[in-house]
Design a protein around this ligand. Structure first.
Ligand code: NDP
Length: 338
């Protein structure tokens, strides 16, 4: 008999999640809801945002309820269906959960996908999915880069950051990436085309600020912020006049029991800069347009996106934690089924 393994949120993490916050259970495969279908999940996206969804605080989405499977974007195939538009075997993506089978009511984020366009369906969770498009729309529509400008990116070796830097180069910018460790910094310049790579590990705010200043003596015109905390404080000391800051993520704070906040905010007014809080969900109706451009750039070899595929629902916890140790090398994806 088929089983449905589900990775549940048992209690809300305090600070860094621990294994006891979760439970892996086995349940019967659900029935297709009236007008909907059941998807057999093959790949699930592991994202920093999931950590935020585990907290019971006001956000752009309700928290994951205790006892529910951890919410995740997945790609998979329709298993059973009560909807003529989604037939068994069709490939789909949507906001589901870390589980073998998810009941789905079409609408919202659920869409059919054409896996013949890609070498692996997981691409719809990376370059062709919301993560690649987070880089695309955040840089092009929010930062609006101009040729010759300087773009500073934190979390630059990660899924979003690596693509931001490459699109920045396509648009004729000088790109500076900040990442953790020598290996990632080498990758920034050798694989993702960054002009300058800065390793933030083990450096205080002043030292990091000096290194950014050495790389951009006239200041940076754009910051694509993925990290926050000390890294952002160092960046803020290097703003050019009227700089634009895309506030995309603050991963250094997601597991912090006490949010310290950014201390150099006064630089924003001193340089008449703009901070724009940015969510990719604002661009869902333009995904087809962005996806087509990403596919073209990838086919032309102008954009690469690495995937870090971890195997098995039973490994969901250690796989998820790779995001916070920095062990992930590229878009972190959990493979649930062959
Ligand atoms: P990544 O692939 O970048 O993985 C996370 C990386 O963050 C790690 O590899 C690590 O890189 C770095 N990191 C982890 N902890 C810390 C820390 N304490 N201090 C500094 N760096 C740290 O993840 P994504 O590309 O998926 O996400 C990047 C950011 O984009 C996140 O903040 C995420 O929340 C945000 N995001 C926002 C969206 C939006 O709509 N606004 C949509 C999607 C993502 P290193 O080894 O270099 O430290």
């Amino acid at each position: 008999m088929l089983e449905n393994r589900r990775f549940l949120l048992k209690r809300r993490p305090e600070g860094e999640p621990v294994p006891a916050d979760f439970d892996l259970v086995s349940e019967p495969v659900p029935e297709a809801p009236a007008g909907g279908f059941v998807v057999r999940n093959y790949f699930a996206s592991l994202d920093p945002a999931q950590r935020g969804w585990m907290d019971d605080v006001p956000s752009y989405m309700p928290p994951i309820a205790l006892g529910d499977a951890v919410r995740a974007t997945t790609v998979g195939r329709v298993h059973t269906s009560d909807n003529a538009d989604f037939k068994p075997g069709d490939w789909v993506m949507g906001l589901n959960a870390l589980e073998d089978y998810s009941p789905v009511m079409p609408g919202g984020f659920t869409s059919a996908i054409d896996v013949s366009l890609v070498d692996s369906p997981s691409r719809f969770l990376s370059a062709m999915g919301a993560v690649g498009l987070t880089a695309y729309f955040g840089l092009l529509e929010v930062a609006k880069p101009q040729e010759g400008e300087t773009l500073l990116v934190s979390g630059a070796a990660g899924a979003v950051g690596s693509v931001v830097g490459q699109i920045g180069k396509i648009k004729g910018c000088r790109t500076i990436g900040i990442a953790g460790g020598q290996d990632k910094c080498r990758k920034l310049t050798e694989r993702y085309g960054y002009d300058v790579a800065i390793d933030y590990k083990g450096k205080d705010v002043d030292t990091l600020a000096e290194e950014i200043r050495a790389a951009a003596p006239d200041g940076v015109n754009m910051i694509f912020e993925n990290v926050g905390g000390d890294v952002m404080d160092a960046e803020l000391m290097n703003l050019a006049k009227h700089a634009r800051i895309v506030l995309c993520g603050l991963i250094s704070e997601y597991n912090a029991p006490e949010k310290l906040g950014v201390r150099n905010l006064w630089q924003v007014l001193a340089q008449e800069a703009t901070i724009h809080g940015y969510l990719i969900s604002a661009y869902v109706d333009r995904f087809a347009e962005g996806g087509a451009q990403m596919a073209e750039w990838m086919a032309a070899g102008k954009v690469v996106m690495d995937e870090d595929i971890q195997e098995g629902l039973e490994n969901a916890y250690p796989a998820f934690m790779r995001l916070f140790s920095g062990a992930n090398t590229g878009k972190l994806v959990l493979k649930i089924a062959e």
